[in-house]
Design a binder for this molecule. Structure first.
Ligand SMILES: *[C@@H]1O[C@H](CO)[C@@H](O)[C@H](O)[C@H]1NC(C)=O
Ligand SMILES: *[C@@H]1O[C@H](CO)[C@@H](O)[C@H](O)[C@H]1NC(C)=O
Ligand SMILES: *[C@@H]1O[C@H](CO)[C@@H](O)[C@H](O)[C@H]1NC(C)=O
Ligand SMILES: *[C@@H]1O[C@H](CO)[C@@H](O)[C@H](O)[C@H]1NC(C)=O
Ligand SMILES: *[C@@H]1O[C@H](CO)[C@@H](O)[C@H](O)[C@H]1NC(C)=O
Length: 478
Protein backbone atom coordinates (compact mmCIF):
# COMPACT_ATOMS: atom_id res chain seq x y z
CA UNK A 1 0.00 0.00 0.00
CA UNK A 2 2.74 2.39 1.05
CA UNK A 3 4.90 1.46 -1.93
CA UNK A 4 2.07 2.03 -4.29
CA UNK A 5 1.44 5.46 -2.85
CA UNK A 6 5.10 6.50 -3.20
CA UNK A 7 5.16 5.24 -6.72
CA UNK A 8 2.13 7.23 -7.83
CA UNK A 9 3.53 10.27 -6.10
CA UNK A 10 6.89 10.13 -7.86
CA UNK A 11 5.22 9.27 -11.11
CA UNK A 12 3.06 12.32 -10.68
CA UNK A 13 6.10 14.51 -9.99
CA UNK A 14 7.90 13.18 -13.06
CA UNK A 15 4.81 13.84 -15.10
CA UNK A 16 4.56 17.39 -13.75
CA UNK A 17 8.21 18.17 -14.47
CA UNK A 18 7.84 16.89 -17.99
CA UNK A 19 4.83 19.07 -18.42
CA UNK A 20 6.63 22.16 -17.12
CA UNK A 21 9.69 21.50 -19.28
CA UNK A 22 7.47 20.98 -22.24
CA UNK A 23 5.67 24.26 -21.66
CA UNK A 24 8.96 26.14 -21.18
CA UNK A 25 10.51 24.67 -24.34
CA UNK A 26 7.40 25.30 -26.31
CA UNK A 27 7.16 28.93 -25.28
CA UNK A 28 10.85 29.39 -26.03
CA UNK A 29 10.61 27.98 -29.51
CA UNK A 30 7.30 29.71 -30.02
CA UNK A 31 8.56 33.15 -29.09
CA UNK A 32 11.78 32.82 -31.03
CA UNK A 33 9.92 31.32 -33.94
CA UNK A 34 7.22 33.91 -33.77
CA UNK A 35 9.54 36.88 -33.57
CA UNK A 36 13.20 37.39 -32.83
CA UNK A 37 14.63 40.43 -31.15
CA UNK A 38 17.29 42.61 -32.70
CA UNK A 39 20.59 42.24 -30.89
CA UNK A 40 20.94 46.01 -30.58
CA UNK A 41 17.49 46.36 -28.99
CA UNK A 42 18.22 43.56 -26.52
CA UNK A 43 21.61 44.92 -25.55
CA UNK A 44 20.26 48.42 -25.20
CA UNK A 45 17.68 47.02 -22.77
CA UNK A 46 20.25 45.19 -20.66
CA UNK A 47 22.56 48.17 -20.55
CA UNK A 48 19.86 50.76 -19.88
CA UNK A 49 18.46 48.77 -16.95
CA UNK A 50 21.91 47.96 -15.62
CA UNK A 51 22.62 51.68 -15.53
CA UNK A 52 19.81 52.14 -13.01
CA UNK A 53 19.95 48.97 -10.93
CA UNK A 54 23.72 48.37 -10.76
CA UNK A 55 26.59 46.56 -12.45
CA UNK A 56 25.88 43.32 -10.58
CA UNK A 57 22.76 42.89 -12.70
CA UNK A 58 23.59 40.68 -15.72
CA UNK A 59 20.56 40.85 -17.96
CA UNK A 60 21.76 38.47 -20.65
CA UNK A 61 22.36 35.82 -18.01
CA UNK A 62 19.19 36.41 -15.96
CA UNK A 63 16.77 37.19 -18.78
CA UNK A 64 18.03 35.66 -22.03
CA UNK A 65 14.63 36.15 -23.69
CA UNK A 66 13.20 39.37 -22.22
CA UNK A 67 10.21 39.56 -24.57
CA UNK A 68 9.55 35.81 -24.47
CA UNK A 69 9.87 33.22 -21.75
CA UNK A 70 12.06 35.24 -19.33
CA UNK A 71 10.08 38.46 -19.02
CA UNK A 72 11.54 41.29 -16.95
CA UNK A 73 9.14 42.96 -14.52
CA UNK A 74 8.29 46.45 -15.68
CA UNK A 75 9.20 45.74 -19.32
CA UNK A 76 6.63 45.20 -22.06
CA UNK A 77 7.28 44.33 -25.67
CA UNK A 78 5.39 44.38 -28.89
CA UNK A 79 6.02 43.04 -32.38
CA UNK A 80 6.76 45.43 -35.24
CA UNK A 81 7.67 44.06 -38.69
CA UNK A 82 8.27 40.61 -37.24
CA UNK A 83 10.64 41.73 -34.47
CA UNK A 84 10.17 42.23 -30.78
CA UNK A 85 10.62 45.78 -29.51
CA UNK A 86 10.45 47.34 -26.09
CA UNK A 87 7.35 49.50 -25.72
CA UNK A 88 7.16 49.98 -21.95
CA UNK A 89 10.02 50.48 -19.51
CA UNK A 90 9.21 51.05 -15.84
CA UNK A 91 12.22 51.59 -13.62
CA UNK A 92 12.01 51.37 -9.83
CA UNK A 93 10.20 49.30 -7.20
CA UNK A 94 6.60 49.75 -8.34
CA UNK A 95 5.78 46.38 -6.80
CA UNK A 96 7.49 44.72 -3.88
CA UNK A 97 9.39 42.25 -6.02
CA UNK A 98 10.64 44.89 -8.47
CA UNK A 99 14.28 45.83 -8.58
CA UNK A 100 15.29 48.98 -6.76
CA UNK A 101 17.79 51.44 -8.18
CA UNK A 102 21.39 51.66 -7.11
CA UNK A 103 22.91 54.71 -5.46
CA UNK A 104 25.07 55.26 -8.52
CA UNK A 105 22.15 55.16 -10.90
CA UNK A 106 22.94 56.62 -14.31
CA UNK A 107 21.02 57.42 -17.46
CA UNK A 108 22.89 55.55 -20.17
CA UNK A 109 22.68 56.54 -23.80
CA UNK A 110 21.11 53.17 -24.54
CA UNK A 111 17.89 54.47 -22.98
CA UNK A 112 17.34 56.52 -26.12
CA UNK A 113 17.94 53.68 -28.58
CA UNK A 114 14.54 52.00 -28.31
CA UNK A 115 12.75 52.41 -31.59
CA UNK A 116 9.22 51.84 -30.33
CA UNK A 117 9.25 53.04 -26.73
CA UNK A 118 5.84 54.43 -25.76
CA UNK A 119 6.02 54.53 -21.98
CA UNK A 120 8.98 55.38 -19.80
CA UNK A 121 8.62 55.76 -16.06
CA UNK A 122 10.86 56.16 -13.04
CA UNK A 123 9.44 55.56 -9.60
CA UNK A 124 11.35 55.97 -6.36
CA UNK A 125 14.62 55.51 -8.21
CA UNK A 126 16.66 58.67 -7.56
CA UNK A 127 16.80 59.09 -3.81
CA UNK A 128 18.26 61.75 -1.54
CA UNK A 129 20.79 62.65 -0.36
CA UNK A 130 22.35 61.71 -3.69
CA UNK A 131 21.72 64.12 -6.56
CA UNK A 132 20.74 63.19 -10.07
CA UNK A 133 19.51 65.23 -12.95
CA UNK A 134 17.46 64.51 -16.03
CA UNK A 135 19.68 64.27 -19.13
CA UNK A 136 19.33 67.29 -21.37
CA UNK A 137 20.25 65.52 -24.62
CA UNK A 138 18.89 62.78 -26.85
CA UNK A 139 15.22 63.03 -25.95
CA UNK A 140 14.45 63.86 -29.58
CA UNK A 141 15.34 60.23 -30.40
CA UNK A 142 12.20 59.14 -28.55
CA UNK A 143 10.03 61.91 -29.98
CA UNK A 144 8.47 59.75 -32.68
CA UNK A 145 7.04 57.19 -30.27
CA UNK A 146 7.01 58.31 -26.62
CA UNK A 147 3.47 58.88 -25.32
CA UNK A 148 4.01 58.76 -21.58
CA UNK A 149 6.95 60.01 -19.55
CA UNK A 150 6.82 59.80 -15.80
CA UNK A 151 9.18 60.69 -12.96
CA UNK A 152 7.38 59.99 -9.68
CA UNK A 153 8.72 60.19 -6.13
CA UNK A 154 12.37 60.75 -6.95
CA UNK A 155 13.48 63.25 -4.26
CA UNK A 156 17.09 63.06 -5.43
CA UNK A 157 16.18 64.20 -8.94
CA UNK A 158 17.13 67.87 -9.13
CA UNK A 159 17.77 70.48 -11.79
CA UNK A 160 15.42 71.85 -14.39
CA UNK A 161 12.99 70.30 -16.79
CA UNK A 162 14.98 69.48 -19.91
CA UNK A 163 14.04 71.97 -22.59
CA UNK A 164 14.13 69.12 -25.08
CA UNK A 165 10.96 67.71 -23.46
CA UNK A 166 9.27 70.36 -25.57
CA UNK A 167 10.07 68.25 -28.64
CA UNK A 168 8.24 65.15 -27.41
CA UNK A 169 5.16 66.08 -29.37
CA UNK A 170 3.58 62.62 -29.19
CA UNK A 171 3.40 62.85 -25.39
CA UNK A 172 -0.07 62.39 -23.97
CA UNK A 173 1.04 62.22 -20.39
CA UNK A 174 3.90 64.05 -18.71
CA UNK A 175 4.09 63.39 -14.99
CA UNK A 176 6.86 64.94 -12.91
CA UNK A 177 5.35 64.28 -9.50
CA UNK A 178 7.18 64.74 -6.19
CA UNK A 179 10.75 65.08 -7.29
CA UNK A 180 13.33 67.73 -6.39
CA UNK A 181 13.05 69.64 -9.66
CA UNK A 182 13.62 73.39 -9.74
CA UNK A 183 13.67 76.30 -12.17
CA UNK A 184 10.97 77.75 -14.36
CA UNK A 185 8.51 75.81 -16.46
CA UNK A 186 9.84 75.85 -20.05
CA UNK A 187 7.64 77.84 -22.41
CA UNK A 188 7.95 75.11 -25.04
CA UNK A 189 5.90 72.71 -22.92
CA UNK A 190 3.16 74.51 -24.81
CA UNK A 191 4.29 72.57 -27.93
CA UNK A 192 3.11 69.30 -26.43
CA UNK A 193 -0.24 69.62 -28.12
CA UNK A 194 -1.23 65.96 -27.62
CA UNK A 195 -0.95 66.23 -23.84
CA UNK A 196 -3.95 65.02 -21.91
CA UNK A 197 -2.28 64.95 -18.51
CA UNK A 198 0.34 67.36 -17.20
CA UNK A 199 1.34 66.80 -13.58
CA UNK A 200 4.15 68.90 -12.13
CA UNK A 201 3.06 68.79 -8.49
CA UNK A 202 5.32 68.57 -5.48
CA UNK A 203 8.55 70.00 -6.88
CA UNK A 204 10.21 73.39 -6.36
CA UNK A 205 9.30 75.08 -9.60
CA UNK A 206 9.44 78.87 -9.56
CA UNK A 207 8.42 81.69 -11.87
CA UNK A 208 5.22 82.26 -13.75
CA UNK A 209 2.97 79.75 -15.46
CA UNK A 210 3.75 80.09 -19.19
CA UNK A 211 0.82 81.49 -21.16
CA UNK A 212 1.72 78.96 -23.87
CA UNK A 213 0.19 76.16 -21.76
CA UNK A 214 -3.19 77.65 -22.61
CA UNK A 215 -2.80 76.15 -26.09
CA UNK A 216 -3.02 72.57 -24.84
CA UNK A 217 -6.55 72.05 -26.03
CA UNK A 218 -6.52 68.29 -25.40
CA UNK A 219 -5.48 68.68 -21.78
CA UNK A 220 -7.77 66.94 -19.27
CA UNK A 221 -5.69 67.23 -16.11
CA UNK A 222 -3.32 70.00 -15.11
CA UNK A 223 -1.82 69.68 -11.65
CA UNK A 224 0.99 71.99 -10.65
CA UNK A 225 0.16 72.14 -6.97
CA UNK A 226 2.78 72.31 -4.22
CA UNK A 227 5.41 74.36 -6.00
CA UNK A 228 6.65 77.95 -5.68
CA UNK A 229 4.96 79.43 -8.72
CA UNK A 230 4.26 83.16 -8.74
CA UNK A 231 2.46 85.64 -10.94
CA UNK A 232 -1.05 85.47 -12.35
CA UNK A 233 -3.07 82.65 -13.82
CA UNK A 234 -2.73 83.36 -17.57
CA UNK A 235 -5.99 84.30 -19.25
CA UNK A 236 -5.01 81.90 -22.05
CA UNK A 237 -6.21 79.18 -19.66
CA UNK A 238 -9.65 79.93 -20.99
CA UNK A 239 -8.50 77.91 -24.02
CA UNK A 240 -8.17 74.67 -22.04
CA UNK A 241 -11.70 73.77 -22.97
CA UNK A 242 -11.30 70.00 -22.46
CA UNK A 243 -9.95 70.43 -18.95
CA UNK A 244 -11.52 68.34 -16.19
CA UNK A 245 -9.18 69.07 -13.29
CA UNK A 246 -7.16 72.17 -12.53
CA UNK A 247 -5.11 72.05 -9.36
CA UNK A 248 -2.73 74.93 -8.66
CA UNK A 249 -3.09 74.85 -4.89
CA UNK A 250 -0.19 75.64 -2.58
CA UNK A 251 1.76 78.09 -4.69
CA UNK A 252 2.23 81.87 -4.58
CA UNK A 253 0.02 82.79 -7.50
CA UNK A 254 -1.55 86.24 -7.39
CA UNK A 255 -3.77 88.66 -9.25
CA UNK A 256 -7.42 88.36 -10.11
CA UNK A 257 -8.79 85.09 -11.46
CA UNK A 258 -9.23 85.66 -15.21
CA UNK A 259 -12.81 85.81 -16.41
CA UNK A 260 -11.84 83.44 -19.27
CA UNK A 261 -11.93 80.59 -16.73
CA UNK A 262 -15.68 80.65 -17.31
CA UNK A 263 -15.00 78.89 -20.66
CA UNK A 264 -13.98 75.71 -18.87
CA UNK A 265 -17.38 74.10 -19.18
CA UNK A 266 -16.15 70.56 -18.51
CA UNK A 267 -14.08 71.39 -15.45
CA UNK A 268 -15.06 69.32 -12.43
CA UNK A 269 -12.27 70.34 -10.04
CA UNK A 270 -10.93 73.83 -9.47
CA UNK A 271 -8.44 73.86 -6.62
CA UNK A 272 -6.62 77.15 -6.06
CA UNK A 273 -6.25 76.91 -2.28
CA UNK A 274 -3.35 78.50 -0.47
CA UNK A 275 -2.23 81.10 -2.99
CA UNK A 276 -2.23 84.91 -3.08
CA UNK A 277 -5.11 85.48 -5.46
CA UNK A 278 -7.02 88.72 -4.89
CA UNK A 279 -9.46 91.05 -6.58
CA UNK A 280 -12.79 89.52 -5.59
CA UNK A 281 -14.63 86.49 -6.84
CA UNK A 282 -14.64 86.48 -10.65
CA UNK A 283 -18.26 86.49 -11.71
CA UNK A 284 -17.87 84.26 -14.76
CA UNK A 285 -16.85 81.30 -12.59
CA UNK A 286 -20.54 80.48 -12.33
CA UNK A 287 -20.38 79.45 -16.00
CA UNK A 288 -18.30 76.38 -15.18
CA UNK A 289 -21.41 74.33 -14.95
CA UNK A 290 -19.74 70.91 -14.57
CA UNK A 291 -17.88 72.01 -11.46
CA UNK A 292 -18.10 69.53 -8.57
CA UNK A 293 -15.37 70.84 -6.32
CA UNK A 294 -14.34 74.43 -5.91
CA UNK A 295 -11.64 75.24 -3.38
CA UNK A 296 -10.42 78.82 -3.17
CA UNK A 297 -9.67 78.95 0.54
CA UNK A 298 -6.78 80.85 2.02
CA UNK A 299 -6.46 83.51 -0.67
CA UNK A 300 -6.93 87.23 -0.02
CA UNK A 301 -9.66 87.30 -2.67
CA UNK A 302 -12.06 89.41 -0.63
CA UNK A 303 -15.33 90.87 -1.77
CA UNK A 304 -18.82 89.56 -1.33
CA UNK A 305 -20.67 86.37 -2.24
CA UNK A 306 -23.88 88.21 -2.96
CA UNK A 307 -23.53 89.04 -6.67
CA UNK A 308 -22.52 85.53 -7.65
CA UNK A 309 -24.98 83.17 -9.38
CA UNK A 310 -24.43 80.19 -7.09
CA UNK A 311 -27.61 78.52 -8.29
CA UNK A 312 -25.90 77.85 -11.67
CA UNK A 313 -23.35 75.48 -10.13
CA UNK A 314 -25.82 72.65 -9.67
CA UNK A 315 -23.15 69.92 -9.74
CA UNK A 316 -21.20 71.38 -6.86
CA UNK A 317 -20.46 68.83 -4.14
CA UNK A 318 -17.74 70.64 -2.25
CA UNK A 319 -17.31 74.39 -1.88
CA UNK A 320 -14.42 75.65 0.23
CA UNK A 321 -14.32 79.43 0.56
CA UNK A 322 -12.73 79.72 3.98
CA UNK A 323 -10.06 82.31 4.86
CA UNK A 324 -10.75 84.52 1.88
CA UNK A 325 -11.53 87.82 3.60
CA UNK A 326 -15.11 87.65 2.36
CA UNK A 327 -17.48 90.35 3.55
CA UNK A 328 -21.18 90.98 3.32
CA UNK A 329 -24.01 88.55 3.82
CA UNK A 330 -24.46 84.93 2.87
CA UNK A 331 -26.67 84.68 -0.23
CA UNK A 332 -29.68 82.40 -0.05
CA UNK A 333 -28.83 81.10 -3.52
CA UNK A 334 -26.16 78.86 -1.93
CA UNK A 335 -29.06 76.93 -0.42
CA UNK A 336 -30.06 75.90 -3.96
CA UNK A 337 -26.98 73.73 -4.39
CA UNK A 338 -28.78 70.45 -4.00
CA UNK A 339 -25.73 68.19 -4.27
CA UNK A 340 -23.55 70.18 -1.87
CA UNK A 341 -22.00 68.00 0.81
CA UNK A 342 -19.26 70.27 2.11
CA UNK A 343 -19.54 74.02 2.59
CA UNK A 344 -16.65 75.87 4.22
CA UNK A 345 -17.12 79.58 4.80
CA UNK A 346 -15.22 79.80 8.07
CA UNK A 347 -12.74 82.49 9.00
CA UNK A 348 -14.10 85.25 6.82
CA UNK A 349 -15.80 88.50 7.71
CA UNK A 350 -19.31 87.46 6.75
CA UNK A 351 -22.05 89.33 8.56
CA UNK A 352 -25.82 89.47 8.83
CA UNK A 353 -28.32 86.75 9.65
CA UNK A 354 -28.19 83.19 8.41
CA UNK A 355 -31.02 82.00 6.27
CA UNK A 356 -32.64 78.87 7.75
CA UNK A 357 -32.73 77.58 4.18
CA UNK A 358 -29.08 76.61 4.54
CA UNK A 359 -30.12 73.84 6.91
CA UNK A 360 -32.34 72.52 4.15
CA UNK A 361 -29.40 71.76 1.84
CA UNK A 362 -30.43 68.17 1.19
CA UNK A 363 -26.97 66.60 0.94
CA UNK A 364 -24.94 68.71 3.35
CA UNK A 365 -22.82 66.79 5.84
CA UNK A 366 -20.35 69.50 6.88
CA UNK A 367 -21.06 73.21 7.13
CA UNK A 368 -18.48 75.55 8.62
CA UNK A 369 -19.38 79.17 9.36
CA UNK A 370 -17.17 79.67 12.39
CA UNK A 371 -14.94 82.68 12.71
CA UNK A 372 -17.21 85.23 11.07
CA UNK A 373 -19.34 88.09 12.29
CA UNK A 374 -22.74 86.49 11.77
CA UNK A 375 -25.47 87.82 13.97
CA UNK A 376 -28.90 87.05 15.33
CA UNK A 377 -30.64 83.83 16.13
CA UNK A 378 -29.76 80.52 14.43
CA UNK A 379 -32.99 79.09 13.18
CA UNK A 380 -31.96 75.56 12.26
CA UNK A 381 -33.76 72.56 13.68
CA UNK A 382 -32.79 70.42 16.61
CA UNK A 383 -32.61 67.53 14.16
CA UNK A 384 -30.05 69.43 12.09
CA UNK A 385 -27.77 70.05 15.06
CA UNK A 386 -28.15 66.44 16.14
CA UNK A 387 -27.27 65.16 12.69
CA UNK A 388 -24.29 67.46 12.16
CA UNK A 389 -22.64 67.55 15.57
CA UNK A 390 -19.38 69.44 15.29
CA UNK A 391 -19.55 69.30 11.53
CA UNK A 392 -21.78 72.30 11.91
CA UNK A 393 -19.30 74.99 12.88
CA UNK A 394 -20.82 78.26 14.04
CA UNK A 395 -18.56 79.09 16.96
CA UNK A 396 -16.54 82.31 17.07
CA UNK A 397 -19.40 84.45 15.83
CA UNK A 398 -19.70 86.65 18.92
CA UNK A 399 -23.16 87.94 18.07
CA UNK A 400 -24.75 84.66 17.09
CA UNK A 401 -27.02 82.66 19.41
CA UNK A 402 -29.52 79.83 19.33
CA UNK A 403 -33.04 79.77 20.76
CA UNK A 404 -32.83 78.88 24.40
CA UNK A 405 -35.67 76.35 24.24
CA UNK A 406 -33.34 74.05 22.27
CA UNK A 407 -31.29 73.54 25.42
CA UNK A 408 -33.55 70.88 26.85
CA UNK A 409 -33.09 68.76 23.72
CA UNK A 410 -29.34 68.50 24.10
CA UNK A 411 -28.93 69.20 20.37
CA UNK A 412 -27.44 72.65 20.29
CA UNK A 413 -24.81 74.15 17.99
CA UNK A 414 -21.34 73.64 19.43
CA UNK A 415 -19.68 76.73 20.84
CA UNK A 416 -22.68 79.01 20.31
CA UNK A 417 -24.39 80.68 23.24
CA UNK A 418 -28.12 80.56 23.86
CA UNK A 419 -30.08 83.72 23.20
CA UNK A 420 -31.63 85.55 26.17
CA UNK A 421 -28.78 84.62 28.47
CA UNK A 422 -29.74 87.20 31.00
CA UNK A 423 -33.06 85.50 31.61
CA UNK A 424 -31.26 82.41 32.75
CA UNK A 425 -29.93 84.32 35.70
CA UNK A 426 -33.40 84.26 37.15
CA UNK A 427 -32.96 80.63 37.96
CA UNK A 428 -29.82 81.01 39.99
CA UNK A 429 -30.65 81.01 43.68
CA UNK A 430 -27.66 82.75 45.08
CA UNK A 431 -27.68 86.45 44.35
CA UNK A 432 -23.92 86.52 44.81
CA UNK A 433 -23.62 84.74 41.50
CA UNK A 434 -25.43 87.44 39.62
CA UNK A 435 -22.40 89.53 39.05
CA UNK A 436 -20.41 86.56 37.72
CA UNK A 437 -19.58 85.76 34.13
CA UNK A 438 -21.22 82.36 34.29
CA UNK A 439 -24.24 82.57 32.10
CA UNK A 440 -24.43 79.07 30.76
CA UNK A 441 -26.74 77.41 33.28
CA UNK A 442 -30.31 77.35 32.25
CA UNK A 443 -33.35 75.17 32.48
CA UNK A 444 -36.29 74.61 30.21
CA UNK A 445 -38.61 76.26 32.68
CA UNK A 446 -36.65 79.45 32.38
CA UNK A 447 -36.47 79.00 28.66
CA UNK A 448 -40.22 78.78 28.32
CA UNK A 449 -40.59 81.76 30.60
CA UNK A 450 -38.22 83.67 28.35
CA UNK A 451 -40.20 82.67 25.33
CA UNK A 452 -43.58 83.51 26.72
CA UNK A 453 -42.24 86.95 27.30
CA UNK A 454 -40.34 87.43 24.11
CA UNK A 455 -41.97 85.27 21.45
CA UNK A 456 -40.23 82.56 19.51
CA UNK A 457 -39.48 84.34 16.33
CA UNK A 458 -36.64 86.78 16.47
CA UNK A 459 -34.26 88.69 14.30
CA UNK A 460 -31.21 90.42 15.61
CA UNK A 461 -33.36 93.33 16.71
CA UNK A 462 -35.76 91.00 18.50
CA UNK A 463 -32.74 89.61 20.21
CA UNK A 464 -31.77 93.05 21.44
CA UNK A 465 -35.34 93.56 22.59
CA UNK A 466 -35.26 90.32 24.52
CA UNK A 467 -32.13 91.43 26.25
CA UNK A 468 -33.87 94.61 27.30
CA UNK A 469 -36.78 92.69 28.77
CA UNK A 470 -34.55 90.44 30.76
CA UNK A 471 -32.58 93.33 32.11
CA UNK A 472 -35.87 94.90 33.18
CA UNK A 473 -36.93 91.69 34.86
CA UNK A 474 -33.67 91.45 36.68
CA UNK A 475 -33.87 94.94 38.04
CA UNK A 476 -37.41 94.24 39.28
CA UNK A 477 -36.23 91.22 41.23
CA UNK A 478 -33.24 92.96 42.66
C1 LIG B 1 26.98 38.44 -18.20
O1 LIG B 1 27.31 37.12 -18.09
C2 LIG B 1 27.90 36.54 -19.28
C3 LIG B 1 28.18 35.09 -19.06
O2 LIG B 1 27.38 34.54 -18.11
C4 LIG B 1 29.19 37.29 -19.62
O3 LIG B 1 29.70 36.79 -20.81
C5 LIG B 1 28.88 38.75 -19.76
O4 LIG B 1 30.06 39.49 -19.96
C6 LIG B 1 28.19 39.31 -18.55
N1 LIG B 1 27.79 40.65 -18.82
C7 LIG B 1 27.96 41.65 -17.97
C8 LIG B 1 27.50 42.99 -18.46
O5 LIG B 1 28.47 41.51 -16.90
C1 LIG C 1 -17.05 68.16 -22.67
O1 LIG C 1 -17.67 66.96 -22.24
C2 LIG C 1 -18.64 66.45 -23.13
C3 LIG C 1 -19.31 65.28 -22.49
O2 LIG C 1 -18.37 64.44 -21.89
C4 LIG C 1 -17.96 66.11 -24.45
O3 LIG C 1 -18.90 65.62 -25.36
C5 LIG C 1 -17.30 67.34 -25.01
O4 LIG C 1 -16.59 67.04 -26.16
C6 LIG C 1 -16.35 67.96 -23.98
N1 LIG C 1 -15.88 69.24 -24.46
C7 LIG C 1 -14.63 69.45 -24.79
C8 LIG C 1 -14.31 70.79 -25.30
O5 LIG C 1 -13.79 68.59 -24.66
C1 LIG D 1 -12.64 91.48 9.51
O1 LIG D 1 -12.71 92.88 9.45
C2 LIG D 1 -12.05 93.50 10.50
C3 LIG D 1 -12.33 94.98 10.43
O2 LIG D 1 -12.65 95.40 9.14
C4 LIG D 1 -10.56 93.19 10.39
O3 LIG D 1 -9.86 93.80 11.45
C5 LIG D 1 -10.38 91.69 10.49
O4 LIG D 1 -9.04 91.34 10.31
C6 LIG D 1 -11.20 91.00 9.46
N1 LIG D 1 -11.14 89.59 9.72
C7 LIG D 1 -10.94 88.70 8.75
C8 LIG D 1 -10.93 87.26 9.19
O5 LIG D 1 -10.76 89.00 7.59
C1 LIG E 1 -19.57 92.82 13.37
O1 LIG E 1 -20.86 93.30 13.05
C2 LIG E 1 -21.30 94.37 13.85
C3 LIG E 1 -22.69 94.82 13.42
O2 LIG E 1 -23.41 93.78 12.89
C4 LIG E 1 -20.33 95.54 13.72
O3 LIG E 1 -20.74 96.55 14.60
C5 LIG E 1 -18.92 95.08 14.06
O4 LIG E 1 -18.02 96.13 13.81
C6 LIG E 1 -18.54 93.90 13.22
N1 LIG E 1 -17.23 93.43 13.63
C7 LIG E 1 -16.22 93.25 12.78
C8 LIG E 1 -14.96 92.72 13.36
O5 LIG E 1 -16.31 93.48 11.58
C1 LIG F 1 -18.96 78.63 36.19
O1 LIG F 1 -19.53 77.34 36.21
C2 LIG F 1 -18.59 76.31 36.40
C3 LIG F 1 -19.33 74.97 36.36
O2 LIG F 1 -20.53 75.09 35.70
C4 LIG F 1 -17.90 76.52 37.75
O3 LIG F 1 -16.90 75.50 37.92
C5 LIG F 1 -17.26 77.88 37.80
O4 LIG F 1 -16.70 78.11 39.07
C6 LIG F 1 -18.28 78.96 37.51
N1 LIG F 1 -17.64 80.27 37.41
C7 LIG F 1 -18.16 81.38 38.01
C8 LIG F 1 -17.39 82.65 37.77
O5 LIG F 1 -19.18 81.38 38.65
Amino acid sequence: MKRFFINTQSLFIVFLSLLVLNVLCESETESTNLAPMEKTEKEALYSAIQGFVGKWWNGSELYPDPCGWTPIQGVNCDIFDGFWYITVLNIGPIHDNYLGCTKNSEFRRDLFEFKHLKTLSFFNCFLSPNKYSIPTQNWEKLAGTLESLEFRSNPGLIGQIARSFGGLTKLQSLVLLENGLTGELPINLGNLISLRRLVLAGNMFIGEIPASLGGLTELLIFDSSRNFLTGPLPNTFGGLTSLLKLDLSNNFLNGKLPSELGNLKNLTLLDLRNNKFSGGLTESLHEMDSLEEMALSNNPIGGSLMGFKWENLQNLVSLDLSKMGLTGELPESIAELKRLRFLGLNNNNLSGNLSPKLAALPSVSALYLNGNNLTGELKFSEWFYGKMGRRFGAWSNPNLCYPVQLMSTGHVPYGVKPCQEEVTLLNIDSKTNLGGENLSQSTSSVASLGCSICGVDGSWWDFRAKEMVSVLLLSLIL
